[in-house]
Design a protein around this ligand. Structure first.
Ligand SMILES: C[S@@+](CC[C@H](N)C(=O)[O-])C[C@H]1O[C@@H](n2cnc3c(N)ncnc32)[C@H](O)[C@@H]1O
Length: 263
């Protein structure tokens, strides 16, 4: 599993993940499942499930017995299973999905395909496990502009280190047309790209900062890799860029979403 570069910064508990990203991926799961047309009676796969935000949404719509989930992080697999009793949660990765051909009506990857080592192969794997006429769906944050939490963080990080690994520069599929292009090139038909908007509210700056200190994903990894004095500079710059809030605030987040049908 350690050959999967993106999975290295996802060894964390579900609670830690929720402080940082789960607070966004939970509301995202509802609009993403709507975009994918998830309806009772279907059988669905949550690929790159993390601790299970989308898994829970699928369970609410389809029942636990109709939902399967896969992630390369053992910690997330454990937490996803604990949070979603009855779901078949397996350790695995997008490049080799541990399920047979045509087993699902839909395969969904929420905030995942930008982390996989071979996205075209991952898309072909998603297509493989879905029956003809079924749906493949994926979404990725709009890192360059409208995922405010990460945009503010990377803008602050670039101020203190111009070589900081801004996800808008280092990761794919956050720009218009990239995800739909990936799904079209994997042979899916009726490919549609949309945007999904959610938001998260914080009681204050310390709650936002605590999310980065969990060390999750590229932003958390970068934050913890800094020496204490540099991390304090980053904290100060992020606080300034947020407008030095004295109380609570809400940050919007937009994801790009693409869906396609298996011919
Ligand atoms: C930002 S999290 C999203 C988790 C969850 N889908 C959500 O929306 O909260 C990215 C997830 O992708 C998983 N991941 C990384 N590389 C992967 C791969 N090659 N195949 C499948 N999942 C992968 C990570 O372990 C992590 O759980």
């Amino acid at each position: 599993m350690e050959s999967v570069e993106g999975a290295r910064s996802f060894h964390a508990s579900g609670e830690a993940y929720d402080l940082f990203m789960g607070r966004y991926s939970r509301p995202l799961a509802g609009v993403f499942a709507d975009a994918a047309g998830i309806l009772p009676g279907q059988r669905a796969l949550d690929l790159g499930c993390g601790p299970g935000a989308l898994t829970s949404e699928l369970v609410a719509r389809l029942g636990a017995e109709a939902v399967c989930a896969v992630d390369p992080s053992p910690e997330f697999v454990q937490d996803c299973a604990a949070r979603n009793p009855g779901v078949d949660v397996r350790l695995g990765q997008a490049e080799s999905i541990p399920f047979g051909d045509g087993e699902f009506d839909a395969a969904l990857a929420q905030l995942v395909l930008h982390f996989v080592s071979d996205p075209p192969f991952a898309a072909s794997e998603m297509r493989r496990v879905v029956r003809p006429g079924g749906t493949v769906a994926a979404c990725v944050w709009d890192f360059a502009e409208e995922m405010r939490m990460l945009r503010l963080f990377w803008d602050a990080a670039l101020t203190i280190d111009p070589s900081a690994p801004d996800e808008a520069r280092t990761l794919r599929f956050s720009r218009e047309g990239e995800l739909s292009g990936l799904l079209s090139e994997s042979g899916l038909s009726e490919v549609v790209e949309t945007t999904l908007s959610v938001e998260s509210s914080y009681s204050g700056f310390d709650e936002l900062w605590a999310g980065f200190l969990q060390g999750i994903g590229p932003a958390g990894w970068f934050c913890l890799s800094l020496a204490d004095d540099r991390r304090e500079l980053l904290r100060t710059e992020l606080f300034r860029r947020l407008g030095s809030p004295s109380g609570g605030f809400t940050l919007p987040a937009k994801a790009r979403c693409a869906t396609g049908r298996v011919p």
